[in-house]
Ligand binder design. Structure first.
Ligand code: PEP
Ligand code: MN
Length: 339
């Protein structure tokens, strides 16, 4: 059960309300976000919601029986727009294109990627400065120094930054230099990290866990939302299956399912999803047709020289072509009535 409270509810009214819900056999948690104030009731008893709905201080009441609640479409039917400022956003009905290298490597590299993006009217740039690598001997990112250089160039160019935060201690130092915190697939269930991201006033993109279910992804998003931050984006990036012919199995089923279950925007990552450069474009376009609100893919001036994930990274010519095809495919999708 989700109870949306009036902004002007008094403490006495709230206490009475919580008491009433407790008496019905429900455990109540108060959630305050940057947008609203909610009471989440967890319980199994059959209840007559009119008994609560008539109490003072309530805006609305909804029964949401799923494990995730605030990210559910069952109470918030209108899709959530993630506003990144300067007219840039990620939302249902639009197509966000996010590109850039797997890893931020140097000042020159950043300048080249930004040049490529400007030429192709792309305003969201991805790149890792803290890299989760399977081997401790692999390149692990330029850290804050790299992020600051990137920030400088991105701001001048009017480009927004999407980058991975790997641990709680990095949130504060990264905060002023980023636009979207990315939670990587290896951290989707790092609940301490998710709790802390609930406290920040920045968008958070959560990638699906390597072996994570759709429901687990939604529950991870619920952590951030219930921690106070409603600015959430979900990302399907492929899951580990028994299939060895591709790096991961991009689960495009997840796209319409997530869109149906949640009001949050959904982004597809075909680069990590298939992990094979020459097949990234087809999977990106399939993601568009599946209903994604955005595509995030890796690009680099010279993918074979990239410090990480070169095998799945597009060069600028391929990226320019793909960006154009994404837009055309999206225009085609809009002519269908899919969802
Ligand atoms: C990345 O985006 O470069 C990355 C490491 O992604 P994931 O967490 O999906 O593996
Ligand atoms: Mn990568």
């Amino acid at each position: 059960m989700i109870i949306q409270l009036n902004q002007d509810i008094s403490n006495t009214q709230k206490a009475a309300l919580m008491d009433q819900i407790n008496h019905m056999g429900y455990k109540v948690t108060e959630v305050k976000t940057q947008v609203g104030d909610y009471l989440i009731g967890i319980g199994k008893a059959a209840i007559d919601i009119r008994k609560i709905g008539l109490l003072n201080g309530i805006q609305d009441i909804h029964i949401v029986s799923d494990e995730y609640k605030l990210v559910s479409k069952k109470w918030k039917v209108k899709p959530t727009r993630i506003d990144l400022g300067d007219g840039i956003g990620i939302e249902d009905g639009e197509m966000a294109i996010i590109t850039g290298p797997c890893s931020i490597e140097s000042e020159e590299q950043i300048a080249k990627v930004i040049g490529h993006m400007k030429e192709n009217q792309i305003s969201l740039m991805r790149g890792g400065v803290f890299k989760p690598r399977s081997s401790p001997y692999a390149f692990r990112g330029l850290g804050m120094e790299g992020l600051k250089i990137w920030y400088q160039q991105a701001r001048e160019a009017g480009i927004k930054i999407v980058t991975e935060v790997m641990q709680v201690s990095q949130i504060e130092e990264m905060h002023d230099y980023i636009d979207v915190f990315q939670v990587g697939a290896r951290n989707t269930q790092n609940f301490n990290l998710l709790d802390e991201l609930g406290k920040v006033d920045k968008a958070v993109m959560i990638k699906r866990g390597i072996s994570g279910t759709i429901e687990e992804l939604l529950q991870s998003a619920e952590y951030v939302f219930s921690g106070g931050n409603e600015k959430l984006i979900l990302c399907e990036r492929g899951i580990r299956t028994y299939e060895k012919a591709s790096r991961n199995t991009l689960d495009l089923n997840a796209v319409p399912i997530l869109k149906a279950k949640s009001h949050l925007p959904v982004v597809v990552d075909p680069s990590h999803g298939i992990g094979i450069r020459e097949f990234v474009p087809q999977m990106a376009l399939a993601g568009v047709m599946a209903g994604a609100d955005g595509i995030i893919y890796e690009s680099h001036e010279n993918p074979d020289k990239a410090y990480s994930d070169g095998q799945q990274t597009l060069n600028f010519a391929q990226s320019a072509l793909l960006a154009d095809q994404i837009r055309k495919t999206f225009a085609l999708r809009k002519t269908f009535d899919l969802l």
